[in-house]
Design a protein around this ligand. Structure first.
Ligand SMILES: CC(C)(COP(=O)(O)OP(=O)(O)OC[C@H]1O[C@@H](n2cnc3c(N)ncnc32)[C@H](O)[C@@H]1OP(=O)(O)O)[C@@H](O)C(=O)NCCC(=O)NCCS
Length: 224
């Protein structure tokens, strides 16, 4: 096999971090052995029960475990609040201000080889793209922007409560409203992908009636 066989380029991350970024989609010995000659950042997604001996031998280290919350329409638990509303076209600048620096549980922030400011920038760019696509709800509390909720189809992709609204038990009112809006678009099931270490979001999804499936461990390697 010759480089980059078995790899998938992730150009959106390369733009932010300034070096080549790849996902190793075929984590076989003959692919891993060739990486040392090619500076860049590599990601491997593995079943948590699979052996990681070969990954450690080739310089990969653990970064995060993702789990997939999912719920069918009939399982959604609604928490109604008369002060909660949805803005279907929230101001992009206000959304970016709210979301900037919120995603510190992500694998890019947990990777000691990556600059956390660039990791923030990665999420800023993703949120901006979701806004441009029209795939963001602003969630309001008493007419204030309290959260943003980004999605693509039936996948909830990025979401955050504004820092000054966090930790007040408000999220279940905001999220149940947003999920009901998405189900109202005809989806039979909603799903997301969250870090298992992010207990606030795990508990939030659990209280809304979501279950969890498909755990995936994420390993990274940096070749200088
Ligand atoms: C995750 C997030 C949306 C939750 O909103 P929040 O306002 O902080 O959460 P709430 O206060 O409403 O609490 C949500 C639930 O989690 C629990 N919880 C809150 N913080 C917790 C913590 N640190 N550890 C464990 N459980 C926690 C609460 O008890 C609550 O459950 P309850 O309503 O049944 O009591 C918010 O913290 C956030 O925006 N974080 C940064 C961005 C992010 O991580 N987004 C998700 C990944 S894309």
């Amino acid at each position: 096999m010759s480089f980059p066989d078995g790899l998938l380029a992730t150009p959106w991350d390369q733009t932010v971090f300034g070096f080549p970024t790849w996902e190793v989609v075929s984590p076989e010995e003959e692919v891993l052995v060739g990486l040392s000659a090619h500076p860049g950042h590599y990601t491997i997604k593995v079943d948590p029960l699979a052996s990681t001996e070969m990954l450690h031998r080739h310089g990969f280290y653990y970064c995060d475990t993702l789990i997939e919350p999912f719920a069918a329409r009939e399982r959604l638990v609604m928490f109604a609040h008369d002060q909660v509303g949805v803005d279907f076209a929230p101001d992009k600048g206000a959304v970016l201000k709210l979301s900037h620096g919120a995603f510190h549980h992500g694998r890019f922030h947990r990777d000691f080889n990556l600059d956390p400011l660039l990791a923030d920038l990665r999420y800023d760019q993703w949120v901006a793209q979701l806004c441009d696509e029209g795939n963001v709800f602003g969630l309001t509390f008493a007419d204030d922007l309290a959260a943003f909720f980004g999605f693509r189809g039936n996948k909830i992709v990025l979401h955050a409560v504004a820092e000054h609204f966090q930790g007040k038990g408000l999220a279940k009112y905001l999220w149940s409203k947003a999920c009901a809006e998405l189900f109202g678009r005809g989806h039979g099931e909603l799903s997301s992908s969250v870090s298992a270490s992010n207990l606030a979001i795990v508990n939030l999804y659990a209280s809304l009636g979501f279950r969890f499936r498909r755990p995936i461990d994420l390993y990274h390697r940096m070749v200088r």
